[in-house]
Structure formats: C-alpha cells, structure tokens
Design a protein around this ligand. Structure first.
Ligand code: NG1
Ligand code: ZN
Length: 540
C-alpha cells in the first residue's frame, strides 16, 4: 500500500467535517454533494475485497428509486450478491474515518480480513444516469490502491451484477458485455414466446414507464433484439422529466396510482421500472377506469405457479420455495400456501436477506412487495433440466425446454426489471392470460404504509423477520391491542434502513380500517418511541 499516495489523493476527495453515514439496506445513500469521499473510499474498499476474494468486485453508482438530488453507491460481491455483512461494517468505518485516520482504518481492515496486499485486484464499475463525476471518484480510489478496473459506463444496477457474475464464473453464466446480456436474455425470450399459441397483438405490446432513468436507455438499445416477441412503448424516458419524480415503480407502488406522463387505455398492460431498473410493478385501468396495481407479490405468484406447473409436467419433484418480507400482502401469502401449496418464507427487508434464503431451495423465487426480485435455480436443477430437455418425449420435452429458457431468462445475480418483464411477458403469452386474469388470482387486502419521525429510530428493535417489536417496552402490546379491533388485520413497525424514519404497515378488510389501524399504530410509535415534530394526523 502506497500510504503517501493514498493520503495525497484522499485530500482531493475530502470528507465534509462531522458527516456520518451508514452502509444501509442497499449501500450508502444521501445528497450527491456529500458523496465524493464515499465514492473514492469505496473504490479503495473494492480493491481490498477483490484481493481478499481473488475475484472481480463491482461498484455501482446509483440514486436507485430516490430523488434526483440524491445518489448512492453499492458494492457487488463475487457472485453478483450484495456485499457480505462484515464488509458492510468496514465500509461504514472507512466512509466515516477522518482524513488522518484513513491509513489506520485501511490497515485494520486488511489485517482483520487477512487481505494479501500482493494479490491482484480487479473492479468493474457501472453508473446510472445520475452521475458521471462520482464514478470517476471511484476510479481514483481503485487506481491509487493499484487495482485494475473496467468502467462499463452507463448500466442498470442488475446489469452490473450480471457482469460481475459472468466474470467470476469463467463465462459459463454468460458473456460479460452488454451485448452478451442482451443476447442471452433475448434469445431465451424469443424461443419461449415462439411456443405460445396465443400470439395476438394483445400479448405483444407493453407500455413501460422508465422513471426517467437508465432503464429507458438500456431498453431502447435492447428492444430490437427481442422485437419478434414483444413491442415496448417507452414513457418517462428521461428526455423531459426528472428522475423518479411522479413516476417509476416506487411512486406507483406507494401512491397506488399511475405515473405521470403515460396515457392508459382500459385494460392495457403497463409496467414501471425504478430509476436503476431493479424493481418492476405492473398495473392497468379496468373498464370503469379503476386503477389496479400488480405488485411484487403477484409477480412472485405468477412466476412460482408457472414454474410449479412445468415441474409437474416434466415429472420432477424439485423443492420450490417463495421468499417474501413482512410487507407481502396477507392475501398473497395465503394464496401461495393454501391454493398453490407452495411453501412461503419470510425474511427481513432488503433483497440480500431474501436472496440468501432463496438459495436454500432447488428453485427459490423471491420478491419484495415493491417489485424487487428474481428466481434462483441451483446448479443441480439446471443440469437436470438440460438433460430432460434432451431426453424426454414430446410434451414433457417441451416443458423442459421452456424451463431451460426460463432459467436463462432470469437474472440470477440480482432482481432485474428488464429480465423480470420478459419472464412475465413470456408467461402471460404462454398461458394465454390477460392482465385482468392475472390480477384476479387473488384480491389484495387493503393496506397502508406510513412513516413516523422519531428522535432515534434505533430505539425500535424487532424480531421474527421484523414482524414483532421487542423494544421499546409496551409497543408490541399496544400494536396487538389495536390489531384486535379490526378484521383480517395485521400491523408491524420497523426502523427504515435507508431513511431516518420508522415505517408503519397495516392491512385489514377495508381501506378505511387499514388507514385507521395504520394511523393508530403511528400514534403508538410516536408516543412510545420518542416521536418528534408534529403528532401524526389522520388522513393521507
Ligand atoms: P427500508 O428503507 O429499509 O424500508 C427500502 C425498501 C426495501 C428495499 C430498500 C432498498 C420498503 C418498505 N422498503 O428499505 O424493500 O427495497 O429500500 O432499496 O419498500
Ligand atoms: Zn433500484
């Protein structure tokens, strides 16, 4: 380590005095103007992680679903996964070290993790449309520690995960280029849709709200690769509006209304990506003009039912599991368990937890209600299916072929809006399902999500995959009493991992009840967990 050079370059990316940041649910995130030093330091950290794992590490610069003024950075581990928890702590230490402590912190991390500093390092870098300058600071960090790098420039977050995964699996998973990504997914998609008997126009066109983000650019580049199977009409493509402003998956999901800038005719199939294209939700207007949201839970249901049907057809008894968080709508969990007979597991919020759990199954489908998710297939399953596709007869062989293509179509390195969209479109075409029929699988329980400001959100701790509050004393008992007042009700609270708020979730048999319950729980949080500012008011 050339400590002199590190000190010199670090001064060019100086940390604002007193600024403390936390590596949260999905990396660092704050106002872009406060992130230069964090980017530089994450470049340094990526080099150490690369040396330790002897693998390529990814660094993604993205504002994700957040407003344009914000930005963020996350590290991608060797198999495309989120950074390991012990390294999240190192990331927080390094980001918060004062200038004079930087060298010591770097040496500490290297010693604790037994990093061989002589080892070569390779880092790949991607960014969404939100900032070019910040990714240059990452490169400065990588270079000063002697790491090599490849800057992919503009990519969606899942595309960067894909690149990392390809590079660390010797090309077996795919080619680590943007064309490699387009070709792999499009080939699988086109082959799948060729088998669809319903190929009317209805199945072949889709309106996509790109949140004024990177998804628009990448979908436009990719479009002609899959145009045989699907034509997409892009909205909020970044030519006018602001990133994630009044559009995008997060807006549509949390406001339960369509994005601005998209004209929707009744029963037209529409979807929204978030700003870095790792989330997707679907929706439509019915003949009466009512808006219907099809969220991550219903996406997981469609996918897991289809996979289960294919397995039955092939005659394979592989174990398939669905992983959700506490935010999953109660109706989805009930439908999966009772109607589909698929086992469902609940983990803490944050895709790294879901991804990890999903790896325990032959086939693990995971989705957050907000539309972030994918399906994972174990290597053994992949081999088995490939064999079946060669050996089985007729109908069985057809199902095995389909499954083979579906495996190729999922981005198994991360939740990916583009990949998920193509999977969904293929399944709808193959099953001949309209968006309304898909929506009608089950009816969502009315629900409400709220935020409460408290002095210190860490006073709330939880257990049972965040469904029960352990502290502050009395809070869980208060929630239990409130929940009892309503039918089909459920409520929980947890500190956000990305914002300085406590999140409140409630569902019940009617919207009015869900709204009341959410409000009452907010008041309990305000009173028992040190609320600040104005008391929560009823009404939304
Ligand atoms: P927090 O702020 O911890 O609730 C939010 C989302 C997560 C996840 C992360 C990362 C909800 C309720 N929470 O986390 O699901 O997507 O952001 O982007 O949607
Ligand atoms: Zn995102």
């Amino acid at each position: 380590m050339d400590l002199g050079a590190i000190t010199k370059y670090s001064a060019l990316h100086a940390k604002p005095n007193g600024l403390i940041l936390q590596y949260g649910t999905a990396g660092f995130r704050t106002k872009a103007e406060h992130l230069d030093h964090v980017m530089f330091r994450m470049g340094l950290l990526a080099v150490l992680r690369s040396k330790q794992t002897k693998s390529t590490i990814g660094v993604m610069v993205t504002a994700s679903h957040n407003p344009e003024e914000d930005n963020g950075v996350k590290l991608v581990d060797p198999l495309g996964e989120m950074l390991a928890p012990s390294w999240e702590e190192h990331a927080t230490c390094l980001a918060n070290a004062e200038e004079q402590d930087m060298q010591r912190v770097l040496i500490d991390i290297s010693e604790k993790e037994a990093v061989n500093l002589q080892q070569d390092a390779f880092v790949v870098i991607g960014r969404d449309t939100s900032s070019e300058k910040l990714s240059q600071s990452v490169i400065d960090g990588v270079t000063v520690l002697g790491g090599q790098f490849h800057d992919y420039g503009l990519l969606t977050t899942p595309q960067l995960h894909y690149m990392v995964y390809c590079r660390n699996t010797g090309g077996r998973y795919g080619k680590a280029t943007i064309e490699g990504y387009y070709q792999k997914l499009s080939k699988a998609f086109v082959e799948l849709t060729k088998q669809a008997s319903c190929s009317g126009d209805e199945y072949r066109s889709l309106k996509v709200d790109c949140a004024n983000g990177i998804g628009a650019l990448k979908l436009r580049e990719m479009e002609h690769y899959f145009s045989q199977g699907l034509s997409v009409q892009l909205f909020n493509d970044g030519s006018k509006g602001k990133l994630n402003h009044l559009c995008g998956a997060d807006f549509v999901k949390s406001h339960q209304k369509p994005p601005q800038g998209m004209e929707i005719k009744s029963n037209e199939r529409c979807c929204s990506f978030d700003g870095d294209a790792d989330r997707i939700v679907y929706y439509y207007h019915d003949a009466d003009g009512h808006f219907h949201l099809i969220d991550g839970d219903k996406i997981a249901t469609l996918i897991s039912s289809f996979l289960k049907e294919l397995l039955v057809e092939i005659g394979e008894s592989l174990n398939i599991g669905v992983v959700q968080t506490a935010y999953a709508n109660g109706s989805s969990t009930r439908y999966l368990e009772e109607v589909m007979k698929v086992p469902v597991y609940c983990t803490k919020t944050g895709v790294k937890h879901l991804h990890h759990k999903a790896q325990e199954f032959d086939i693990g489908v995971y989705f957050e209600a907000n539309g972030h998710g994918t399906a994972l297939f174990s290597t053994a399953v992949e081999m088995k299916i490939k064999q079946s596709a060669e050996q089985l007869e007729d109908k069985k062989r057809k199902a095995a072929k389909m499954l083979e293509n579906i495996i190729d179509l999922f981005n198994q390195a991360a939740g990916d809006a583009i990949s998920d969209m193509l999977v969904i479109e293929a399944i709808l075409a193959l099953k001949g399902l309209t968006v309304q029929q898909w929506d009608a699988l089950y009816t969502d329980l009315p629900n409400r999500q709220l935020k409460v400001q408290v002095a210190d959100r860490r006073v709330i701790s939880t257990t049972d995959a965040e469904r029960q509050a352990v502290t502050p004393p009395g809070l869980q008992e208060a929630i239990n009493d409130l929940v009892k007042k309503y039918k089909l009700s459920r409520a929980f609270v947890r500190p956000s991992g990305t914002e300085d708020v406590v999140r409140v979730y409630a569902e019940a048999d009617s919207q009015e009840s869900a709204d009341h319950l959410a409000h009452e729980v907010s008041l309990a949080v305000f009173q028992l967990a040190g609320g600040i500012g104005e008391r929560p008011q009823p009404g939304f």
